[in-house]
Each structure stands twice: as C-alpha cells, then as structure tokens.
Design a protein. Sequence first.
Length: 178
Amino acid sequence: MPDLIPFDEITHLFTDCQHTAWRLETQRGYASDRTSPNWARWKAGATFDYDPGNPWQANVRAQTEQGKRFERVRLVDDPPTEGQRFLLATGLGNVAAGEDIRNLRRTEAAQLGLPAYDFWIFDSRTVVKFVIDEDGVTLGVTVHGDPETVVRACQARDAAWHFAVPTRQFQAPVPSAG
C-alpha cells in the first residue's frame, strides 16, 4: 500500500489534470464541514451560490472554462444526515462554478457494489484514496496509478454516474434546512 500523505500534497492535480477530476463521496459527514464558517451560515438558513472568492469554486470555474470536467457523486442516506443536508445546500455554489455534482442513495450504491471509501480519479489515470477516521477527519490520502486500482475506480465512477441524480433535481424533495 502506498504511503499516507497529506491531502495538500496532491492539490496540484486539480489544475494539472488534462481533462477530468471525478470524486466519490461516501461519508455521512466531514469534520472539515462542521468546522467551516459556512456551517454556522447554513444552520442560520443562508443560501449558497457561486463565490469568486472561494478558492475551490474559482479553480473549478477556471478549469471548466478550459474544457475540463469536474464531477462528483455523493452518497446520501434516507433520510439524509445533517452533514449530507449541509453538502446538498452548499454544493449549489460548486454547481454554479461548473462542477457537476450528482447524488445517489446509499442503498443504491450498496446494490452497485461501490466502494465504501472516498476517492478522486484524475484523467482516468491517477486515483487518490482518502483515509478518514470515524469522526470524519481526513488523516491523509494514498496515491495509486496501478492499472487494477485505476480500472476499479473507473468502473465505480461509471456505475455511480449512470444512476446518480443531478443535485438540483435530487435536492428538490429533500429538506436542507438545519
């Protein structure tokens, strides 16, 4: 197994990728969300749209304007957890920036045999797997380029993407207020 490295050491992939950055999000909540200033804003009923001052959204917009695709599928419980409701609400800013975020019920993901860990796949060549503890804290990531790991990630991506529902369509019947 590759060495665990800090997430910050792979962030260059979000600009260096040539055509795609795709993520599977499997957690019921993330510690980084709960400590974010947006958490309190969301709890107070704020709505979220594209913010050019948000580094993630600014990069997504810049990359997608170059023709690259940023996509992700989020697994959602029924009913959604508080952390999942937060992501449904705040993810609209990412969508407005150009990221295609879709959602898939956890029960469907289990039927599809999707992995139970988060990962990014860049250009169908590099897989970055997250190591996240039981409190939702990202401990680091591992980077993989071996054909078996890449093919499995691509298969998971294709299955998830086929059945996932675009965020705006998915969230319509899902209450997102705290």
